[in-house]
Design a protein around this ligand. Structure first.
Ligand SMILES: [Zn+2]
Length: 226
């Protein structure tokens, strides 16, 4: 039987899920069930992405430890998808043991082979968005995404050595035009990340309640190329 794999975004559980979350989930469920009807051996993954300052703040507001807070969020999400009759195979949490172990292993390996290296990152930081912006990205000195105040921040960070891979990736996308779809997303990724050789990889934040990259280093490993 031919296999079909599908994943939703793993949602950021800083607050209650909303219509946008449900929209992505329903679409994925729809595609997954359609593929099932067509006779595919399907596997659908969904889940939550548990890290960050915002979650730590929300947990504090609720008088909980971050892990206890995201445990509740996970439970709520599972209940919600059940109520909506969403049929998935795996509910993934980034705090799952096997995921933490895999991240640690990949991090160590990348570090050892020089694919990531330690450096320093400086920029304008928006706390609610948990994002850094360059001077030119700011709109009237404010966050371009939410319009709130930004603060200048500097932190130690690990960087991905994109120079090593950019040309190979670009050649691969050229010779495999269907590898990334839709085209506008592919172009966005190429123009924003691959071509400018974006080098940011891991943020070293003070909050280390989950997904530590190693016991030796107390870092939180974030999404690659943020
Ligand atoms: Zn913002």
């Amino acid at each position: 039987m031919e296999k079909f794999y599908l994943t939703t975004p793993i949602y950021y559980p800083s607050g209650k899920f909303h219509i946008g979350t449900a929209y992505a989930e329903v679409l994925a469920d729809f595609i997954n069930k359609y593929k099932m009807l067509q006779g595919f051996d399907t596997f659908m993954l969904t889940g939550i992405d548990e890290h960050g300052q915002k979650i730590e703040d929300k947990a504090k507001e609720a008088g909980l430890e971050p892990k206890a807070y995201v445990d509740i969020q996970a439970e709520e999400a599972i209940k919600l998808w059940k109520k909506m009759n969403i049929k998935y195979n795996k509910f993934m949490r980034t705090t799952d043991d096997y995921h933490v172990a895999a991240v640690q292993k990949i991090f160590e390996r990348f570090l050892a082979q020089g694919d990531i290296y330690k450096g320093e990152y400086e920029g304008w930081y928006c706390k609610p968005c948990e994002s850094y912006f360059t001077e030119t990205q700011l709109v009237n000195g404010m966050c371009p995404d939410c319009g709130r105040e930004v603060i200048k921040m500097k932190e130690e960070a690990y960087f991905f050595n994109m120079k090593k891979y950019a040309n190979k990736l670009l050649e691969y996308y050229d010779s495999h035009p269907d590898f990334v779809k839709p085209d506008f997303r592919k172009n966005e990724m190429i123009n924003n990340f691959i071509k400018p050789r974006i080098r940011r990889f891991v943020r070293n934040k003070n909050i280390i309640f989950m997904g530590n990259t190693s016991a030796k280093r107390s870092k939180t490993c974030y999404i690659c190329m943020a």
